[in-house]
Design a protein around this ligand. Structure first.
Ligand SMILES: [Zn+2]
Length: 190
C-alpha cells in the first residue's frame, strides 16, 4: 500500500473512532488499524460479569479439575488444549485484571504459588519447556496458563504456541484425570 493511502486509512480510522466514541460511548479506539476491544470491555475488566470470580468453591466443572488450593491461587488441570499437564492458575482473591493491581505481598504470593505449580508440572511431565501465559485478553481476571511443551508432538517447537491450540480442542478424559491425579499428589508433597 502506498504510504499516502496508509495515512488516509489511518486518518479515517481515527475519525471513525472519534465519531463512534461520541455517538455510542462504548468503544475504545486502540490504534491506527481501527481495531476495537469488545463492547463493555472496560466494565468487564473491572469485574462485571466475571466468570472467574465465583470459581473458588468449584472442584470440577466443564473447564477444569482442581489440583491446588493456595493462599492466592487456585490451580486447575485444564480440560482443553490437548497437552497433558496444562494447568490454569487463577487468582482467588477479590477481582483484579492485572498483577500490578495486587499489593506486593499478594503479588509475591501469586507468583510463588504459580511457580510452585510450575515445579510440579515440570516434575510430573518433564517437558522441553514450560510457558507461563498471563494474558486475560478474553477473560480479564488475573490468571496464568501454565503450559508444558512436550518433547514430541508439540505443534510449534521453539516458538510461541497459537492460543487456538490451547482453547478449542478437548483433552481425552482419561488424560486430564491422570494429569490431575499426578499433579495433586506432587503438589501435596511440596
Ligand atoms: Zn473476576
Amino acid at each position: 500500500m502506498p504510504r499516502s493511502a496508509h495515512l488516509l486509512g489511518s486518518g479515517w480510522d481515527r475519525l471513525r473512532g472519534a465519531i463512534l466514541s461520541v455517538v455510542c460511548g462504548t468503544h475504545q479506539f486502540v490504534g491506527d488499524r481501527g481495531r476495537w476491544w469488545r463492547e463493555r470491555w472496560a466494565q468487564q475488566r473491572k469485574g462485571e460479569d466475571c466468570v472467574l470470580c465465583g470459581r473458588s468453591g468449584i472442584d470440577e466443572d466443564e473447564w477444569g479439575i482442581r489440583v491446588f488450593t493456595g493462599e492466592a491461587v487456585d490451580g486447575f488441570a485444564w480440560k482443553t488444549g490437548l497437552i497433558a499437564g496444562y494447568v490454569v492458575a487463577i487468582w482467588n482473591g477479590v477481582h483484579v485484571a492485572e498483577p500490578t493491581q495486587l499489593a506486593s505481598a499478594q503479588a509475591a504470593a501469586y507468583w510463588r504459588e504459580v511457580t510452585r505449580i510450575g515445579r510440579a508440572v515440570e516434575s510430573c511431565f518433564e517437558p522441553a519447556k514450560v510457558n507461563y501465559l498471563t494474558l486475560g485478553n478474553n477473560v480479564p481476571h488475573l490468571h496464568t496458563h501454565i503450559v508444558p511443551r512436550p518433547w514430541s508432538g508439540d505443534p510449534g517447537p521453539n516458538r510461541a504456541l497459537d492460543f487456538a491450540y490451547l482453547d478449542a480442542p478437548r483433552q481425552p478424559e482419561v488424560q486430564v484425570r491422570d494429569a490431575a491425579r499426578l499433579l495433586r499428589e506432587r503438589l501435596a508433597e511440596t
